[in-house]
Design a binder for this molecule. Structure first.
Ligand code: NAD
Length: 415
């Protein structure tokens, strides 16, 4: 495919998208079994893969270079593929996150080796089958499951791999960045987050409180964009907690295969223990939801308040259904608290004052902001983090340039 014509490449990607669409329910069921995602989320995730493939299927014929006026000749640029791209994916959103790297990489003429996370290889393997069924030649998109320090590390170190797209923890991302330096390997990093949900006193408090659990507990909080640090203006702090309680206790936790369930179990026993470690005996649990009996690594939606903003639960990425609620005094205090972290992935701002919304959006150090909403991800808008949340952007119209090298060519036209 790397050498194929632009039109052929586009057609193959559209066929791949069609194959994903035809297999959507099967992919979704696999993800429920594989990762414990709710069936509603899993359907959205498989649909997202289809949409990302379709979106970047429009790239190949539009990947035009420039003609730049110069004296004595003609100057043109080409966007050439890098070669082999290694995509290393995490377990929390196995399908969409893989596709955010795979689709633009293929669209720009690269070949791809995808390494899924150890715990969640099933949907990645199914996507590889669907790509073959769609006519993408063998070896163009390869899925290679295995241990991170073995298979992932080999991709990072192998001189034949020209670029790494890594999504995962900041700890592993830093090591990969250092290792990529040896070969000056191209790199995109999507790392952790500890995202603020800032609620101002003038906000529609009912709406902000009703939306807060979804913003934090979606995918059982195993979401890099989880708005788990709720900052509330002091004068409405008590009222907000009153409104938050029924929203949290009524959050539907249960069998993820059941329609309408909002939260399933955590990914593993070890991860549940790690999450529980942030809520030791005596922790300030203001209220929490319920969990079902039976198999599954269950942890209830949990709200910690009051919490000192410097405490571990308020500063570290918990990656589970635990939020902290911290009061702030004014706009400057909210910005200070929101930025008091090494992460910078996303944040939400709830206010009716558009000036305040814009000022705070510009002042908060994060890549993805939302006002009166927790929505962060659309395949046609850029996504990524600042500070230690990452490097580069995925999705949106510009992501393709991260998978190409620009070549400049000057042709003398004078004797
Ligand atoms: P992780 O860092 O443990 O693993 C991620 C991937 O890296 C896995 O495939 C793993 O096998 C591989 N890996 C591990 N060691 C490696 C090595 N030495 N060399 C190469 N590859 C290696 O992360 P995780 O626990 O699977 O995922 C959770 C983390 O991912 C959280 O911190 C979360 O915030 C982050 N995340 C970020 C985004 C984002 O877009 N910013 C999205 C989802 C998840």
């Amino acid at each position: 495919m790397a050498g194929g014509g632009a039109g052929d490449r586009a057609r193959l990607l559209r066929r791949f998208a069609d194959a994903v669409d035809a297999d959507l329910e099967n992919l979704a069921r696999l993800e429920v079994a594989n990762a414990g995602h709710t069936i509603g989320n899993a359907r959205w995730e498989a649909g997202n893969v289809r949409d990302v493939l379709n979106y970047y299927a429009a790239t190949p014929e539009r990947l035009a270079g420039a003609q730049i006026p110069v004296a004595g000749g003609v100057d043109i640029t080409f966007h050439e593929p890098i070669g082999v791209v290694g995509v290393i994916a995490p377990w929390n959103f196995p399908m969409p996150i893989a596709s955010w790297g795979v689709a633009p990489a293929l669209a720009t003429g690269n070949t791809v080796v995808l390494k899924p996370a150890e715990l969640t290889p099933l949907t990645a393997l199914r996507l590889a089958e669907l790509a073959l069924d769609a006519g993408i030649p063998e070896g163009v998109f390869t899925v290679l499951p295995g241990a991170g320090p073995v298979v992932g590390q080999r991709l990072v170190d192998h001189p034949g791999v020209g670029k790494i797209v890594f999504t995962g923890s900041t700890r592993v991302g830093k090591k990969i960045m250092a290792d990529c330096a040896a070969g000056v390997k191209r790199l995109t990093l999507e790392l952790g987050g500890k995202n603020a949900n800032i609620v101002f006193a003038d906000a529609d408090l009912e709406k902000a409180a009703a939306a807060a659990p979804g913003g934090a507990f979606d995918n059982a909080g195993q979401d890099c964009c989880s708005r788990s640090r709720v900052l509330v203006q002091r004068e409405v702090y008590d009222r907000f907690l009153e409104l938050l309680e029924p929203a949290v206790t009524s959050f539907r936790v249960g069998d993820p295969a059941e329609e309408g369930v909002q939260m399933g179990p955590l990914i593993s026993a070890a991860h549940r223990d790690a999450v529980a470690g942030y809520v030791p005996d005596g922790a300030p649990v203001a209220f929490r939801g319920e969990t079902p009996d039976g198999p599954g690594f269950w942890y209830p939606p949990t709200v910690l308040a009051p919490v000192d903003p410097g405490e571990r639960a308020a500063t570290e990425e918990i990656f589970g259904p635990v939020i902290t609620v911290v009061p702030f005094t004014d706009e400057a205090d909210a910005i200070r608290l929101a930025n008091d972290t090494s992460y910078g992935l996303s944040a939400s701002i709830w206010t009716r004052d558009l000036g305040c919304a814009l000022r705070v959006s510009r002042a908060v150090e994060a890549g993805n902001l939302s006002v009166n909403s927790h929505s962060s991800v659309r395949y046609w808008t850029p996504f990524g983090g600042v500070k230690q949340s990452g490097l580069g952007r995925e999705l949106g119209p510009d992501a393709v340039t991260a998978f190409t090298e620009t070549k400049n060519l000057f042709i003398a036209t004078e004797d």
